[in-house]
Design a protein around this ligand. Sequence first.
Ligand code: ADP
Ligand code: MG
Length: 607
Amino acid sequence: MSTIVGIDLGTTNSLVAYMDGKEPKVIADREGRTLVPSVISVDDQSWIVGEQARQRLITHPKTTVYSVKRLMGKGLADVGEECKYFPVFLSEKQPGVIQVEMGKYRLTPPELSALILKEVKQRAEEFLGSAVTQAVVTVPAYFNDSQRQATKDAGRIAGLDVLRIVNEPTAACLAYGLQKKKQGVIAVYDLGGGTFDISILKVKEGIFEVLSTNGNTHLGGDDLDQRLMEWVLREIEQEFGLDLQKNAESIQQIRLEVEKAKRRLSGEDLTEIVIPIKTGAVYRRPLKRVELESLVNDLIDLTIGPCRQALGDAHLSPQDIDEVVLVGGSTRMPLVRRTVQEIFHQEPHCEINPDEVVALGAAVQADILAGGIQNMLLLDVTPLSLGIETMGGGMSVLIPRNSTLPTNAKELFTTFADGQRSVDIHVYQGERELVKDNRSLSKFQFRDLDPLPAGMPRIEVNFTIDANGILQVGAKDLRSGKEQSVEVKPSYGLSDEDVTRMIEESFTFAKSDMDARSLIEARNEAATILRHTERALKQGEPLIEPEERNRIQEQITALKKAMEGDNHRLIREWIDQLDKATIHLAERLMDSTLQIGLKDKKLSELP
Ligand code: ADP
Ligand code: MG
């Protein structure tokens, strides 16, 4: 069996990991480098990806792109202001699909990301000595459905079957084995090259739930480099009277140098920046860690607000956080660690390399999918409830929202009309009580039922969702054993905003929905009980006294009258009255084959 790899497709850097026995490991290239800069450049006829492309950012600005991740799953309108950060020209191929113009090529973001994926795929194949065709790829927790879909598309273009898209903070937790905690709340602080993300997750019995996310889409190591670079440029101007602002090549050179110095200062207290200048002179500057810290302190402080906001959104205070996990290359800086400690009043986890931790977690998830890690629950949950339509347009939920995958559920249903030969199984997704407010996923007709009186057939409907989120819906006639099933894709085409909106609406509308649904249910139940009672009355007439018959008849009239109104409580009351009035009759019919389930109210009815 071939290995399923885990891939962190990052804004700044990408990397690939695999499971080496029980331990996840990042795969390095021949030179021992693990990170692949997420930069793509085009030469006359070939593509250059990674470190070499990064070197061309300044020399070939019109044919080199970075930060493609920011464009995934977006149209030009979604990118808006951000356009100005891209030195390459962006246009729209079709509404909602961006096209990046690089020399004579025009490529969509998934195609560009696919080039990065191909690079890491190839690296993994070389290392593992076999073809790699399946992967788990990580995305930020806030990515919506189309961004996730675009990421999947990128995988497909690169020849990778993306078995699972995993949230980056969830992957980081997996790398730390936090799924083994019975329960807890985890803050994942991710400061990368160009983005800052804070996610608050809840883990319970191996399942992660994102409670809140926040961050800053333009804050990261790049900003620190920029700060340091501007400072160096000023010093060069003062010392040598040279203005290098407009000199693209010098700028690039200085940027690369200060970035290296910044990294060194995460491990040392003092370093030296050395930059040869064209005139033959050399700029030399010892730089202390404390100097760097005072230079960028305000930028790091910008992460405090989003953390507080995320805590607030999750209705938590720092004391409620059980663990803090550091992710992203910039969290290697001691200043960042101190800031995180101040925010959450505890020492963050940093035992695992913060720029590898996401890829390592993706490899753990890949191993779970491959079945390597036993006795561990899968980590996805259904974002919305799944159910079927019952008589009158009610939603009967089989699998509630936030159920762990894989999962299955069954429930019994029956027919509404006498002699019904088929029932409609109409599958819906959503939180509202009436199907008209939910999203229709699929519909099929379950045919060839034996014609029986209403309420007699026992139809078992079962829902099964596999690890990939594919829903299978089946129906079985328990009398005849006949079965039928369809496959439904539950979340395709539904954006995260849709999901969020649908969940929010369900809270707003909960009360009126409940009333509407209760009324439908009460009327349905009343109709059923009336039909059954009237029939029972006919069949059982010789068995009871005329007074009893009249009493039941009165109750029937009262219930019919209540059904015309819209008070479901009143209908229920008369159902109960009628129920009581027919106990004796039901008993008399008990022995006979005419017993038709007067008391059987558990079954819902299918149209
Ligand atoms: P992304 O998730 O955005 O792809 P990474 O997690 O790979 O990014 O982080 C890249 C950033 O981390 C860069 O800005 C880089 O300069 C910074 N970085 C990497 N190593 C260090 C270090 N030792 N000290 C400080 N910053 C670092
Ligand atoms: Mg990252």
